[in-house]
Design a protein around this ligand. Sequence first.
Ligand code: ADP
Ligand code: ZN
Length: 726
Amino acid sequence: MIEDSPFVAAAPVLVPMPAERPYTYAVPAGMRVVPGSIVRVPLGPRQVAGIVWDGVVEKVDAKKLRPIEQVFDCPPIDRAMRRFVDWIAQYTLSPPGMVARMLLRAPEAFDPEPWIEGLQRTLAKPDRMTGARMRVLETAEGGLAWTRSGLAHAAGVSSTVIDGLKAQGVFETVMIPPRPVVAAPDPGYAQPSLMPDQSDAAAMLRSNVAAGTFGVTLLDGVTGSGKTEVYFEAVAAALDRGKQVLILLPEIALTHAFLERFQERFGAKPAEWHSDLPPRMRERVWRQVAEGGVRVVAGARSALFLPFRELALIVVDEEHDPAYKQEDRVFYNARDMAVVRGHIGGFPVVLASATPSVESRVNASQGRYSRAVLSARFAEAALPDLKTIDMRRAPPARGGFLSPVLLGHMRQTLEKKEQSLLFLNRRGYAPLTLCRVCGHRFGCPVCSAWLVEHRFRGQLVCHHCGHNERRPEACPECGTLDHLVACGPGVERIAEEVVAHFPDARTIVLSSDLMGGVRRLRLELEAIANGEADIVIGTQLVAKGHNFPNMTLVGVVDADLGLANGDPRAAERTFQLLSQVTGRAGRTGKKSLGLLQTFQPDHPVMRAIVSGDAEAFYEREIAERERAALPPFGRLAGVIVSAATRAEAEGHARGLRRAAPQASDLFVLGPAEAPLSLIGGRHRFRLLIQGERRADMQGFIRVMLAEGPKLRGSVRVQVDIDPQSF
Ligand code: ADP
Ligand code: ZN
């Protein structure tokens, strides 16, 4: 009987585990919880943080339940966010607990930040004045509270001077609340004067934000046309309404420049959110977003799971970028989920890109999204002149990868004291090493991939699992010494060639292998922007968003690289990447040039880039997708089965296929070996499910998983709704 029990109620609590539904806990007498409360609960031998979920608890025997241990002193997760978690779980076929886990990633933030001890000036006067004491009193004059060390530092004195003043009663101890992680942005701080088409687009976005209803706008404009400037106006409109804003960026760790630009417009930086943030900072940002102190967050895809309470706008910058797709545990595309979040929260979403995804273009043309177009670069900045170099006619010198035409333009650029960028989307020195005598190729022992030589590190590295070994002198197969050859180029090898041609030029290689991580990368990017390098050789890290004022030549070393695999998205991706990288040139009105080295100058992607006729490219690409009933005209999902042995993986995949239900609008392809059939020692098979746009993909897969073989041994199954590559 409930009356006899010390517990008065029970509540569903979603815990950060692969739990299919919330677990029920008893609520001790006197404890108050509401849906969204963050609580500490026992789970097996452990204690975890969970979220009180919605829904009524079925009749349970309260005596058998374990009690909620503690309610954290933290604003509850709001209803929109809870619905968002449920929605993602349903859509991605992930346990809701695993989605909740993404929301609960800052455990220290659930308790309020402690106030810290500080000092404040009293009316008392010191017994005698010294120069040091004078400086302290002047510094503390405003009446604000200071920390002991902060005041000593600001006044330029040692802390003992402060202690002396405190002993005399000149300062008293007060408690200071935690400092905000960022100052409040001011929507009126520095309003730009916009060009006519910019101001039309801005007016449209502003009015959407003011209306406070759901709607998606595709902000489509060439690189440098002022998209950022324009969506800042939407941000300002949300701030005017006292609301919160989320700006998603694909490479937040590299967007130092973005933060500064935001500051120029709003007088304060947005809060950052990404995996490189120090843990302490993460906790503080999380907490202050929940409390509403942080108004604007600029973050990576995981920022979607911050506990906003008054979110009124999401901007997804570079919306086409594959980095928005998470392919780990919960497989989701942050761009699509941002749209869902806007729908649930009832607010507008802006998708910005110079090269929108085919999906977004179709959504716009079919009227599901509105579209705002900026067709010219701002001010006198002209887009670079773009040309292909036919590598069949103008091959590089033996052993080299740069054609004489490209080298000639690099020389001229150097002479003009301007910068060149060579782009090659391949880390390391060479993608394949083989023995010239016996033909042995160096492969990864646990992946179906070749080892990539990294010459600076003297290693052969697997780019899929991280396996690395020293590059040997002799072939491990036939034992012959000094006959190993590097096949094909990576950025390090291109750098070697550049140095041989231009020994006096200042050359920088930029890739994610850079020693010193993100900090170093930021410094290098700043150095390039300040003109401290003549030739930059980089992977796609340099392709995204940066503004290098003196860069007037971009050379794409291998424009065909991304077209080589059989993926139907290859053309779209290559078009986007090449447009973006050539867009690094000519940002300030100097005449600029983009050169694409290719063996297929007549390929539609090359033609679209060179002619600047993006429309023709999209039309063709969209027609092709429609004909093949591929997304967004049809639906796709991948089911990836992995296991320690090939037989187990294949057997399980076949079992799933047999369990597929009958459906008129969905069919299963495969199982076939996944594009990478072995990763980290796990064999992988993939089923592809294709169907009509309105088909119930999730229902279909759910039946397959439920009716198929039970998970046994080392077998794991991952569902990938809307896969990136197919
Ligand atoms: P995008 O985001 O489309 O690549 P940006 O917003 O970065 O373009 O704009 C490119 C450059 O032009 C930036 O340096 C930006 O400050 C400048 N710019 C664009 N529009 C304006 C404007 N109306 N007034 C002043 N500067 C502008
Ligand atoms: Zn490997």
